[in-house]
Design a protein around this ligand. Structure first.
Ligand SMILES: Cc1cc2nc3c(=O)[nH]c(=O)nc-3n(C[C@H](O)[C@H](O)[C@H](O)COP(=O)(O)OP(=O)(O)OC[C@H]3O[C@@H](n4cnc5c(N)ncnc54)[C@H](O)[C@@H]3O)c2cc1C
Length: 443
């Protein structure tokens, strides 16, 4: 890489999956002056599981951090979609083919293992400097230099000037708000009307119940569906923890200010939401210690008119927050990061004009795909949450057809082989490499 290019000062706001991977991808390409500003005092691991899809694994492997994640991850052999009320199986979908078809198995893991390994990868790169306990916002200029304000928790605000700013500041992104305001555009936060409980049960908590023990010992993601609700669960951390995530109508946040996203949930209320699910699920939810019920509001956003202005670009949930029903939110943030690595490393010079063009190539490669998957996650949720009526009958016929023949569409799109092909078969870095010259030349 050209020495002037290496010296570009690149700032990243946010050390979530998107920000961390962006920093690592840029350092691996040879950039030497990368700064990550994170509001929290450390990574503040959320105690929850996460699906490690092949399109995520492929990128992390290239960045040299996959082996540590893989070691603790659980390989899913199949997924079972079941009627929540009866535990009757609607479809069983083989996931064993995923490894041979896409080069990586479909795995699930602990969020701390994923974020911790990417962070450890960043720490091995002298080019990356972390600024924790520092809030960054107030972008004043977008080009030729970008300037914004960094405010340490216990210090005076100071101005930062850089060549490229990447806003990986999550669904509540201030960078997004500032960028849209500057171009006189709007894109509203959409209320999904859904909230999620996220629960982790330990093997010790489950081991006295043979049916529950079977679940944690399995190599399976199980989804129990019902009207307006579902539960998805799988073992993580070498099967020492059973990770449970739900989706149900949002009642607690509906009247709350939009700044609130998580809250301590009430166990009796959680039990009542799933009161008509089968006895085994009742027993499972009952194991959750009182006071450890955490509820998240699920937020989405209208597609943005653009992700880029001047030398500033948005990354991850800041520009394409999604419902979790395809388990692709972090995977898509990681794809953003990988593509940024490709396009910025191919800059022909360090002018603000070229930086803007490269960022627009990033947008071309990423925006349509990410937004297609956001829309698909929403429609899959609708299909899973159907109540009695013709649409549900039609859906259940599709499940039955699949069950009988082992082929055809699966209404839970996450488990559908054609959708998996779109998600896992896409190599975003290859696409970026192949199309860069042509797309850059067009701008
Ligand atoms: C219930 C649920 C289940 C999910 N399951 C999966 C799954 O199985 N697989 C998957 O791939 N995805 C999953 N996701 C989605 C995934 O968690 C997110 O899409 C992903 O974590 C987004 O990463 P991010 O880096 O864009 O944003 P975030 O993780 O939100 O990170 C943003 C960071 O920016 C920091 N920040 C914000 N503002 C500032 C500021 N002004 N200054 C400094 N720092 C700031 C924040 O503190 C935060 O650390 C799930 C999501 C939910 C809700």
């Amino acid at each position: 890489m050209d020495s002037n290019l290496k010296k570009l000062k690149i700032c990243i706001i946010g050390a979530g999956m998107g920000g961390l991977t962006t920093a690592l991808a840029l350092a691996k390409r040879g950039f030497e002056d990368i700064h990550v500003f994170e509001f929290a005092k450390d990574l503040g691991f959320v105690g929850a599981g996460i699906q490690l899809a092949p399109n995520m694994a492929r990128i992390l492997d290239r960045l040299g951090v996959w082996a540590d994640i893989e070691r603790e991850a659980v390989i899913l052999k199949d997924t079972s979609i079941r009627q929540g009320s009866t535990d009757e199986e609607l479809a069983n979908v083989d996931l064993g083919y995923v490894h041979s078809t896409y080069g990586y198995a479909h795995m699930v893991g602990h969020r701390s293992s994923l974020a911790g390994s990417i962070y450890a990868g960043c720490q091995r790169e002298s080019a990356i400097k972390f600024h924790f306990s520092t809030s960054a916002s107030g972008v004043e200029t977008f080009a030729p230099k970008v300037s914004f304000v960094a405010t340490p928790k216990d210090g005076e605000p100071y101005r930062v000037e850089c060549d490229v700013l990447l806003g990986a500041d999550g669904v509540k992104s201030k960078t997004r708000v500032e960028l849209l305001k500057t171009i006189n555009a709007t894109a509203e936060v959409e209320d999904s009307g859904q909230a999620a409980y996220r629960i982790m049960l330990t093997r010790e908590e489950m081991q006295h119940d043979p049916e529950l023990l079977k679940l944690i010992d399995s190599d399976r993601a199980t989804r129990w569906i019902g009207e307006k609700r579902h539960i998805i669960a799988y073992p993580v951390a070498s099967k020492t923890i059973y990770n449970i995530s739900t989706a149900q109508p949002d009642t607690n946040f509906a009247a709350a200010p939009s700044a609130t996203y998580t809250t301590k949930g009430s166990k009796p209320e959680m039990l009542s939401v799933y009161a008509d699910f089968c006895p085994m699920i009742q027993r499972m939810l009952n194991l959750v210690p009182e006071g450890e019920v955490c509820e998240w509001k699920l937020r989405v956003h209208q597609p943005l008119p653009t992700w880029v202005h001047g030398s500033v670009a948005l990354v991850g949930d800041s520009c394409h927050p999604t419902l979790p029903h395809l388990a692709q939110g972090a995977a898509q943030a990681i794809e953003d990061a990988a593509v940024l690595g490709v396009v910025l490393a191919r800059l022909p010079d360090t002018t603000a004009e070229s930086i803007n063009k490269a960022l627009r190539v990033y947008e071309t490669v990423r925006k349509e795909r990410a937004e297609m998957l956001v829309a698909l996650a929403a429609s899959s949720g609708k299909a899973m949450h159907l109540g009695e009526g013709a649409a549900k009958e039609e859906r259940d016929k599709q499940f039955a057809k699949f069950r009988e023949g082992g082929k055809g569409d699966v209404p839970d799109k996450w488990a559908d082989a054609n959708v998996q092909k779109q998600m896992y078969g896409h190599d975003c870095m290859e696409v970026a490499e192949e199309t860069f010259a042509e797309e850059f030349g067009k701008l």
